[in-house]
Design a protein around this ligand. Sequence first.
Ligand SMILES: [Zn+2]
Length: 350
Amino acid sequence: MAEEKPNGPSARSSGWRRAAIALGADRLARRFWGGCGAILMLHGLREDGTAGWEGNPGLGTTVGQLAALIETLRAEGYELVTLDAALERFAAPKSGARFACLTFDDGYRDNYELLYPLLRRFSAPATIYITTGFTDGWAPAWWHGVEAVLSRHPTLDLELSRRTHSFAASDPAARNSSFHQASALLREAKPFTRTRALTQVEQEYNIDFSALSQEKMLTWEMIREMAASGLVEFGAHTVTHPVLRGLPQEEARREMLWSRQRLETMLGRPARHFAYPYGDRAAVDTEVVALARDCGFASAVLAYGGPLRSGASLHALPRIPFGGDDSMDDLRIRLSGLKTALSPPALVYP
Ligand SMILES: [Zn+2]
């Protein structure tokens, strides 16, 4: 899971995007600010026309949207490469040839069911970052548990730090607002407080969050098959998906190293890359970045930051998010670097 971003018509302001693209402003901007390539950040996939209620729609995209994304990238001259190849190209950029990497966070099962066939169809490589506790079935992707309670019950009561928060789920607007508020509270809670609160919710609403999230996540068998194809590489995304910023250093180090070791044991090959859970400014600071470097990862990616430009730190690599109802116009504008040039993101550096 990454930083939540607004979706829906109010956030689109599609008029100016269409006009800018019609005038060729995105291609012009890309010449100056488009850098040497881009790392795209996605999560889950679903079949076209199958959208149900989701707390964070930005975490999903459709097969059709992803196919269009791959076609658009290639039509715009981007070569789709693995993260390993991207790092080589980043170290010694070839003029004129931009590259793009497709990355998927958390390890959703639809990455095997829907993404893998698509990658084979397009001969396009991708990287999937695995939260190993989700795949092993003992750590919950708790936001899907919150989503499930809000879908099935009129209210969600959450007890955090001796205070009961009551969230309404009577209609879609209330569900959306409740999901965002409850998720924000849970995300920022200390791990022990969060676990206690989630256990109470599981008991009260008779739901097993870990089982629910395991159903949504890849199995090791699926991961092995995709790794053996040579088309998909796997990176680490911690063991339990905590906010690393603010965690005691030893705990943060364990989250990084244990997830890498588990992946390497299960796949019998090195796991060289890492993605910070949530990946936003509130979740990653310079200490966390320094720790990822000290742990020996070849790269670590954020969840924001625009195109990959010279000078970026290998352990705070920017990514371009794509999901929800993002369009190809949104993609072109993000690739151009126009937005990040006009208001540069405060990337963290060790
Ligand atoms: Zn994540």
